[in-house]
Write a protein of this length. Structure first.
Length: 92
């Protein structure tokens, strides 16, 4: 059973919303998922990507392959998470 980390669309026509899922490679785009890992809202300003990076690492260690789009989104999410953790604390 080959697994992929990919997007599945759940939003409406002019309100796109995608779920980041782990699914079998042969299943349909909107078919059954093994696990939901987060969401992606392309219309949101700021941080449209919300991914559980610890679960992504788990599935990558088990052999799941991300699609090209998800590979770039995971990289962006890692950079955003790193920037948040390195941000200096502001004291008032």
């Amino acid at each position: 059973m080959a697994l992929k980390i990919r997007l599945t669309k759940v939003g409406s026509v002019h309100q796109p919303l995608y779920r980041v899922v782990v699914a079998e490679a042969r299943s349909r785009r909107d078919g059954a998922a093994v696990e939901n890992l987060g969401t992606y809202r392309p219309g949101d300003k700021g941080s449209p990507i919300n991914i559980k990076l610890d679960r992504v690492d788990y599935w990558l260690s088990k052999g799941a392959l991300p699609t090209n789009t998800m590979h770039s989104m995971i990289k962006k999410a890692r950079r955003a998470a790193g920037a948040k953790s390195e941000a200096p604390a502001v004291s008032a």
